[in-house]
Design a protein around this ligand. Sequence first.
Ligand SMILES: [Zn+2]
Length: 218
Amino acid sequence: MDDLNKFLEGFGRFRQKYFVDDSALFKRLNSQGQKPSTLVIACCDSRVDPAIITDCAPGDMFVIRNVANLVPPREIGPTNQGVSAALEFGVSVLNVERIIVLGHARCGGIAALMRDDTGAASAGYLARWIGIAETARQRVWSEFKDMPLEEQIHACELASIVVSLGNLMTFPWIRERVEAGTLKLHGWYFDLERGMLLGYERRTGQFVVMDPDFAPKD
Ligand SMILES: [Zn+2]
């Protein structure tokens, strides 16, 4: 079976589930619109679909995906700012209650940054984009300079999540809501080697393993 047939058969199962067996959810989403509580910023990587790894239903998550799940700092000007536009819509229009920056293991974007290798044929888009995480790279180089490269890449995957959490706060309409307690920011990391989900704990500056009974404290 080729991929297209696989996708169409998958859509058939999706349709059976949500439009035949139980149509209440899409009836509500159709008549009342979307009201997701959560905005997720995830990587384009095909292995880390946030709705799949959290077993979410349609309507649960407003998702922004880009290379290496990065949030650029606030920029004023005429450039096309897809992430900022989606953040603005999610926060100011949909009034989400939380934003999760979801990083992951084996991130090609972060590896390219750490190896300084975005491919010989690169038109420059990738290098410029992952440069958003330059602060994370510098941090890793200064704190873990004697570590093997693979461990530095892992450290940069985590550090870049923290950089993006900081960049979120450069948007005044995010900062105001965070300070008012109406919006929470979370850093998550999907370890696809071990099948684990880690959460950033601000108090300790560490990523800790999460499960339904144990979530990191702010
Ligand atoms: Zn990635």
